[in-house]
Design a protein around this ligand. Structure first.
Ligand code: FEO
Ligand code: CA
Ligand code: CA
Ligand code: CA
Length: 633
């Protein structure tokens, strides 16, 4: 046996000792199954149009699809490595709003060197824009609801050491720059702008009152000293991707909530709490926000249940600025990426959701009641059934119902500890499920599996084995892939489905004709890594945004900056449409109601984008149009 020196052991070695690498890999077999077997797209019938497809996007060595589609209205953009945004010929882009821009005329001025002061930081557009949706509420009024996922501490607190808060005031600044912005937007002679002082403008942040509903509402695990009812929490946190309901509300998705919590006096020893803290990654130190040192709500030694009150899907009515956001515990607690809604033929609401953690799961919610336009929608996200996805290697799949009988847990615990419930029914561990998107022109859904360096190496803490499996076929997967499924019976209520991989990202120049070279619809001209954001447009084109390694070196050479690509679901063709500034992630996409503008988010640029030298980098939303004014999706 190898000598073990605990003092010099790295965190990875520590993990390895506690969660040893599985013996059986059977790697080649699983990769072969995923990339060379004919799936439901494979070579014969395309769904959606019913048209014949020439070859398959997944078959190595067959005719590539590139260049065969005429559904894209642009030529492929080459990779870029500079500090600004690029779009193809025939398109133009303009910044609509930047972190720190005023929503109200009494907002503090943005300082190019110091950003936003703490007082009034809830009167400006938040930092690090992410998921967004545009709502036309009638009378020509267009509202965008948009997430501010996290705060870049070093940028917001330039005068503190390493951006660690040095006061309660610093903490309030960070808390108020995150969350959600609702803002009215309008197109004038100078392009799209925020309508300052619109009565709809609103900031929802880490201290905004929320209502909690669903099976966990009122449960002991949600009660705190400040809220003995367990039904009224403060704040929504780490709002990542988005969703929109058929009834015109906004869904914001709480992702890496664990990072805000810490402890001044150890972690809970209670068995249930401790297991939950481990599986959800809540530790004593937190991720450097240090809220717990200045705001007791985030100190788990004083408020051990507070973390149970985040990690949910939150519904916001953008048209009612006085409405209280609702946390829907029925849709589970995990690191929610986004929420993609679909209607079943009989009018029930299905919501697909990913849990963005290495080795965690994909979920589906199905409402009990039917959506009736103009009718009561109050039960649609609280009464129904939550499922977790099981993907079989034969390209079939099953939604496993998370019921008390199947999990051995009661309804409240299923809602609060959904990861454990999904483990109990044997759901399939995934390579970090990011956005799910539902195709409006076919009965199918897609999910970005962004990457997973731990695939075949180790599970999530407290989680399940992560040997390579059907939709996650590559060990130490640095590139990512997109899985899609088609429910049996063309019905999103179905508990069974077929799946295939729409694309496996990779580098065919570096890795050639191997699994790490990617699927056949990836080539030297369009390669990318880490698919993350994803939305379908109204014509059935899928837009893919990346959050990957943009060093343009080694395995990632030839991929350039993070980008947005367009994919044709039928032919498999993928074409690069835009690129973001160096260091940034491209995330969040929505359209004006006339479909002549697409709004795209630029998160965490590290260049002085968009203001230029002398300014802090500012996350921004850009508006992209065709120069001839034609439709863009
Ligand atoms: Fe916030 Fe998983 O991206
Ligand atoms: Ca994301
Ligand atoms: Ca990501
Ligand atoms: Ca991000």
């Amino acid at each position: 046996m190898k000598d073990i020196d605990l003092a010099t052991m790295s965190p990875d070695e520590w993990d390895e000792m506690n969660f040893p690498r599985p013996d059986v890999q059977d790697f080649d077999r699983v990769v072969e199954a995923a990339i060379s077997r004919r799936g439901f797209m494979g070579g014969v019938v395309a769904f959606g149009s019913g048209a014949a497809v020439m070859g398959t996007s997944m078959l190595k060595g067959t005719a590539a699809m590139a260049g065969q589609s005429d559904r894209f209205a642009f030529e492929q953009l080459p990779i870029q490595t500079d500090g600004t945004v690029h779009v193809p010929d025939g398109y133009e882009w303009k910044v609509m709003v930047r972190w720190g821009d005023p929503l109200f005329s009494d907002a503090p001025a943005f300082d190019a060197a110091n950003g936003v002061p703490s007082a009034g930081s809830d009167r400006v557009f938040g930092e690090n824009t992410d998921g967004m949706e545009l709502f036309n509420i009638g009378g020509g009024t267009e509202l965008i609801a948009v997430n501010s996922e996290y705060a870049n501490r070093k940028i917001n607190l330039p005068n503190t050491e390493e951006g660690v808060p040095a006061s309660a005031e610093d903490v309030v600044l960070l808390q108020q720059l995150q969350g959600v912005t609702v803002m009215e937007v309008a197109e004038g002679p100078d392009g799209w702008e925020v309508v300052v002082d619109s009565p709809y403008n609103r900031r929802i942040h880490h201290n905004t009152p929320m209502t909690i509903d669903g099976p966990a509402a009122g449960h002991d695990l949600l009660k705190t000293e400040a809220d003995p009812t367990g039904t009224a929490s403060l704040g929504t946190m780490n709002n990542c991707g988005s969703g929109r309901t058929p009834w015109g509300t906004y869904l914001t998705c709480e992702e890496n909530f664990n990072g805000y919590f810490g402890s001044t006096d150890g972690l809970p020893t209670d068995e249930v709490l401790a297991a939950g803290y481990t599986r959800y990654g809540i530790g004593e130190e937190g991720w450097g926000y240090d809220y717990h040192k200045w705001d007791a709500r985030f100190d788990v030694s004083q408020n051990p249940n507070e973390p149970h009150r985040v990690g949910y899907i939150v519904e916001i009515d953008p048209a009612d600025p006085d409405s209280t956001p609702i946390k829907h515990t029925a849709l589970g607690r995990f690191k929610h990426e986004n929420a993609a809604c679909a209607l079943t033929p009989d009018g029930r609401v299905a919501v697909y959701m990913g849990d963005d953690e290495r080795g965690e799961f994909i979920y589906k919610w199905l409402s009990r009641d039917k959506y009736v336009p103009g009718g009561d929608t109050s039960t649609l996200l609280s009464e129904g059934q939550l499922y977790a996805a099981k993907f079989n290697d034969d390209m079939s799949g099953e939604w496993m119902a998370l019921t008390p009988a199947a999990t051995g847990m009661d309804a409240a615990n299923i809602a609060i500890f959904s990861r454990m419930a999904a483990s109990a029914v044997g759901a399939t561990t995934m390579d970090r499920p990011e956005w799910v998107a539902v195709n409006p022109t076919a009965v199918e859904a897609y999910c970005c599996l962004t990457n997973n360096k731990n695939r075949g190496v180790k599970p999530n803490a407290g989680g399940d084995d992560t040997s390579a499996n059907g939709p996650n076929p590559r060990e130490e997967n640095n590139f990512g892939q997109i899985v899609r499924w088609r429910p049996d019976g063309d019905n999103h209520a179905s508990t069974t489905f077929e799946w295939d991989l729409y694309v496996m990202a990779g580098n065919p120049v570096v890795h050639g004709d191997t699994a790490y070279g990617g699927s056949d619809n990836v080539n030297e001209g369009n390669m990318f890594n880490a698919p993350d954001g994803m939305q379908f447009d109204s014509t059935g084109i899928v837009w893919i945004q990346t959050d990957g390694d943009d060093e343009n070196e080694g395995e990632f050479a030839g991929m350039g900056n993070n980008q947005m690509l367009a994919g044709d679901p039928v032919t498999g063709e993928i074409r690069r449409f835009m690129t973001g500034p160096r260091g940034s992630e491209v995330t969040g996409l929505t359209w004006s109601s006339d479909r002549r503008t697409m709004f795209v988010g630029i998160q965490h640029p590290d260049e002085p984008f968009p203001d230029g030298e002398g300014s802090l980098p500012r996350s921004s939303i850009v508006a992209i149009k065709r120069t001839d004014g034609a439709l863009v999706g």
